[in-house]
Design a protein around this ligand. Sequence first.
Ligand SMILES: *Cc1c(COP(=O)(O)O)cnc(C)c1O
Length: 456
Amino acid sequence: MLEQLKKIFTGNEDEIPVNTHTKPDISREKSAALYEKSKKYFPGGVNSPVRAFKSVYGTPLFIQKGDGCFIWDADDNQFIDFCASWGPLILGHNHAKIREKVAEVMQNGMSFGAPTALENELAELIIKNNRFVEKIRFTSSGTEAVMSAIRLARGYTGRDKIVKFEGCYHGHSDSLLVKAGSGLVTFGETSSAGVPKAFAEETIVIGLNDKTALTQVFEQFKDQIAAVIIEGIPANNGLLIQDKEYIEFLREICSTNGTLLIFDEVITGFRVGFEGAAAYYGITPDIVTYGKIIGGGLPVGMYGASAEIMGHISPDGGVYQAGTLSGNPVAMAAGIATLTELSKSGFYKDLNAKAQEFVESIQRFASARNYKFKVFTVGSVFWFAFIDKDKIQTAEDIDPASMEKFKVLHRELLNRGVYLGPSGYEVGFVSAAHSKIELEKAKRAIFEALDVVFAK
Ligand SMILES: *Cc1c(COP(=O)(O)O)cnc(C)c1O
């Protein structure tokens, strides 16, 4: 292992010779054949659109297995993976503790539609280690959690309108597939066919990091806004890190107007720390939603709030929300095994330190070469931006033309054994399973790929 470490690069990014040779494309024969088949069965050949490689080169890779920080595609190409199933796999692929716990629970059957002790166990792990929720409800996806949180806010306040931000993604429910219209404060326009206009009219969309727009919204729609929803740290359209002071302003204006503040922490929950972005900022939302990591790779979502607000959920209250497989024992088992590891002392400190070292080195490399490239990062989340700005806080600040460079980077990285999600708007994740050696290897590949990107 020491021998291996010595052979690879450790420091002095500016001394690396420029290396612009393109590698031959990896074989995608089997993936391509599977894709031909899948196109007959599924729209675009996929069961979620971002998997379709529409904004990068080549056909989607079909993955056959994962282990630790690695995945292997159908053609046996091996990759160091930074997509992590879009975030859930903070412990890496095929983690032994999760696999064993799931296997153990499965011996007793897979679903009962009746309560089990496992739900209590996962709830206890969460509530005892989280200052922001007193009562929770499990769902089977992030979309459901957010959709239900919105209904809860409407039921609790007796108001209909909600405010969301351009550049935040909150799943695919009707009220939230809405984008900004023209003008500072306008009713939203649907961002998907099939969403009734009347739904979009209840959702107001404004830009991030804009106090004026926020103030104007509350003046214009006084006493009508049930909730403002924001991603704890917006990470679905680049990484748009907001100033704490802005989030404080948001908190304040919601409280003043009797509007609930919802933190959608489906990505940031259990990622930037056990208590997510709420603890990162030190700001208390009224309702919080989790997903992704909470299920350790199986389908789990959750929303939670104070006992008083959650008292409005049926059967205690009048806001209806249900789920045949909610709190499913197998999924709970994966959540319990995952969160047990995450709640160990030092987990986030170690992970974040490792990730920060990784991204800082990449930034030093790019800066030493004067590449128009910036890594934005928080905790173990990173975003590669081909943009020459020190801060990006709104969706508007992202130049769509910069995505052409990402396309090249993505191809060069696949050819060098590094897997990023197939879109330049998506963030990457470092997991606890990425060893220092693999991160060094990944860095080397990223350095070479950047040289190729900027050689053009
Ligand atoms: C992924 C995501 C969702 C949707 O979760 P699904 O499990 O894909 O339905 C909602 N909000 C945020 C912030 C997300 O990142």
